[in-house]
Design a binder for this molecule. Structure first.
Ligand SMILES: C[S@@+](CC[C@H](N)C(=O)[O-])C[C@H]1O[C@@H](n2cnc3c(N)ncnc32)[C@H](O)[C@@H]1O
Length: 357
């Protein structure tokens, strides 16, 4: 009797240890609802602070999906040129409030430029994933469009609105939206064939050239047969004149040090085809930057100029430019964008494809 009790305690200890380890290292535990000991492992995982993702596209409340300690896997930070950057990942943009505001602003400009939030012919999805969700704005807007779907935003950094909501702040999440922390350079924390629609936008400054095939493969793996994967990426600004070209040159040199090639933004559709997606559509959309593009052009110029400022710290730290030189060239780029004769564009590539059924 005593021996049995002792063995039981050892088994419980092992289970708790495994659950804590999962929670600590992964932060997310993905479980099939029909898995043996589902209840026990789920309770242990949640008790250990892990995010619990119930797979097989079951309807679950978003509160069950969102960890109370979203920051756990967020990258450590460092300060470069007065801006806060994540440490330990290749991503070059900051992760501070100013950048969050820029991403929200950019989201609204892109929604206007593209006349919507996505183009894939998605119908009655039960689960949607937004990879590298940033502020989560895209996912939070898509959630009410598909109220029956579970919509997940994944990012290495928790969006400020989710941190606020976790703390009982004013920001209300749509009831079918949840944030899940994750690193897209690792295996995504979801089972195969979990989502009907997987969306990823503007990760080109985060993914080294040789990791793109892995990342696209992961997007496809978590998409169910018949479901859709959509990618929206950009390549370097074009036709902006000498100052814009100069800044783009510094950006490219900085990215090269991290093995990131901004031209990969144009190659995602090709990777989708190579990895077996069908009904692939690849479209280039030149979004105007500057006065020549009317309202969208002016808004886009504000976004791009702010983005250049966000990158100056790392470029100066690498010795690619100096503060004085950057200020001078930046002012010239700003003047160019104010001229209706300069037809600067941001070439976006929108690619989507369907996982064969
Ligand atoms: C330019 S923002 C785009 C955000 C959002 N997709 C949008 O379009 O507004 C890139 C996002 O990717 C995230 N990110 C960078 N590296 C990542 C990684 N390795 N895993 C997950 N997210 C990452 C950043 O934290 C940031 O939120």
């Amino acid at each position: 009797m005593r021996q049995g009790f002792g063995l039981g305690l050892v088994a419980l200890g092992i289970l708790l240890g495994v659950a804590s380890l999962l929670a600590y290292t992964v932060g997310t535990v993905a479980l099939r609802q029909d898995a043996p000991y589902f209840g026990v492992v789920a309770v242990l995982a949640l008790a250990s602070g892990a995010t619990l993702w119930v797979i097989n596209r079951q309807q679950v409340k978003s509160s069950q999906l969102s960890s109370g300690e979203n920051g756990r896997i967020a990258a450590m930070t460092r300060t470069v040129g007065g801006r806060t950057h994540a440490r330990g990942i290749p991503y070059v943009l900051p992760r501070d409030l100013e950048e969050m505001n820029r991403l929200d602003f950019q989201h609204y400009v892109l929604r206007q430029a593209f006349k919507g939030n996505f183009v894939a012919p998605v119908e009655n999805p039960a689960a949607i994933l937004d990879v590298g969700t940033g502020t989560g704005r895209w996912a939070r807007e898509v959630a009410p469009l598909f109220p029956k779907a579970n919509v997940i935003g994944l990012d290495i950094n928790p969006p400020p609105v989710d941190q606020k909501a976790e703390a009982g702040g004013e920001e209300q999440r749509p009831p079918n939206y949840a944030f899940v922390p994750g690193n897209v350079l690792d295996k995504l924390p979801f089972a195969d064939a979990t989502f009907d629609f997987v969306h990823m936008r503007l990760l080109v400054l985060a993914l080294p050239h040789d990791r793109w095939p892995f990342v696209v493969n992961e997007l496809i793996r978590v998409t169910r047969p018949g479901g859709w994967v959509e990618s929206v990426e950009v390549v370097e600004d074009q036709q902006g004149g000498p100052a814009v070209d100069r800044i783009m040159g510094w950006v490219a040199a900085m990215l090269q040090r991290r093995n990131i090639d901004i031209a990969d933004g144009s190659r995602v559709g090709g990777l989708m085809q190579a990895q077996g997606l069908v009904n692939v559509s690849i479209r280039r959309v030149d979004v105007p930057i500057g006065a020549h593009g009317g309202r969208v052009g002016r808004l886009m110029a504000a976004d791009i100029l702010n983005g250049m400022q966000a990158l100056r710290g790392p470029m100066e730290a690498l010795g690619l430019t100096t503060s004085a030189e950057f200020d001078r060239v930046y002012a010239e780029a700003q003047r160019a964008m104010e001229s209706p004769r300069v037809r600067c564009v941001a070439p976006f590539y929108i690619a989507y494809g369907q996982r064969p059924g």
